[in-house]
Design a protein around this ligand. Structure first.
Ligand code: HPA
Length: 276
């Protein structure tokens, strides 16, 4: 981790305020980053290397509008066999560079009745059903041990996102994200179970990064792109290609939402500076 942080400090010269994690089919927003420094994961010491279709695998540091960001174009998944600490390692490293905000997106299957492919859902809370936690293991200096998870997804950031969505006419609901290990999609019985447990959507990512972000004191916003109806709800079978296609279809809306939200949550996060 020390090597990773030292390498990134040299390459990312301006401290990022926000980390953006762009999920399946959603990486295009990183192309809008100005004065961009693009660092392929393969060049970063200590970073795993991704190979899933639709995940480009690079950090892109620079400005998105007025906000210094580092975007993760492509992320690591537990189902690829990485350890939870590896999956969440980039967030730990970027938080060490000074990031205070995590904006995380993902692709998810819709469980709540009425959800449609292409819907965007603010994550209000999650169910960690991955059976793993990146905070388990040797205690990390500077990172909380027994992390409070009462409000992992910042309520003020969610209100800002709802305002921006309303102003721009982007439909946005709110719900609970259930994280499964994957890589197989769920069975219809599992989806019925998840619905009874209170899940509105299901996916295979995000929770490891969120846990580390909270342990490091970052405030965060999570947005799921509903790419399909969860198993047994849509009549058909599920395919990764469908997930990518829908991600591409809604990415403009998601990009507009993120563009609108970022400057406002950046100031929300710095009340003292904003006042002076
Ligand atoms: N299940 C799990 N992960 C997913 C899904 C799903 O239906 N869609 C996109 N990611």
């Amino acid at each position: 981790m020390e090597n990773t942080i030292a390498f990134l400090r040299e390459r990312v010269t301006r401290a990022p305020h926000a980390i953006l994690i762009l999920g399946s089919g959603l990486g295009g927003l990183a192309d809008e980053i100005q004065d961009a420094v693009r660092i392929p994961y393969s060049e970063i010491p200590g970073f795993p290397v991704t190979a899933v279709a639709g995940h480009a695998g690079a950090l892109v540091a620079g400005r998105l509008g007025p906000v210094e960001v580092v975007a993760m174009q492509g992320r690591f998944h537990l189902y690829e066999g990485w350890e939870p600490t590896e999956v969440a390692g980039p967030v730990r490293a970027l938080a060490a560079l000074g990031a205070e905000v995590l904006l995380v997106t993902n692709a998810a299957g819709g469980i709540r009745p009425g959800m449609q492919p292409g819907d965007l859902m603010l994550i209000s809370d999650h169910l960690n059903l991955m059976g793993r936690n990146p905070l388990a293991g040797t205690e990390v200096i500077g990172s909380a041990r027994f992390v409070d998870m009462t409000e992992p997804y910042d309520a003020e950031f969610r209100r800002v996102a709802e305002q921006v969505a309303a102003e721009q006419g982007i439909p946005l609901s709110e719900g609970v994200y259930a994280a499964m290990l994957g890589p197989s999609y769920e069975t219809p019985a599992e989806i019925r179970m998840l619905g009874r447990l209170g899940a509105d959507a299901v996916g295979m990512s995000t929770v490891p990064e969120v846990l580390v972000a909270r342990a490091m004191g970052l405030r965060l916003l999570g947005i799921s792109c509903i790419t399909n109806l969860a198993a047994g709800l849509g009549g058909g079978t599920l395919a990764h290609e469908e997930v990518l296609e829908v991600g591409i279809r809604v990415r403009d809306q998601l990009a507009a939402l993120i563009r609108g939200v970022l400057p406002r949550i950046a100031t929300a996060n710095r009340p003292a500076e904003a006042a002076s």
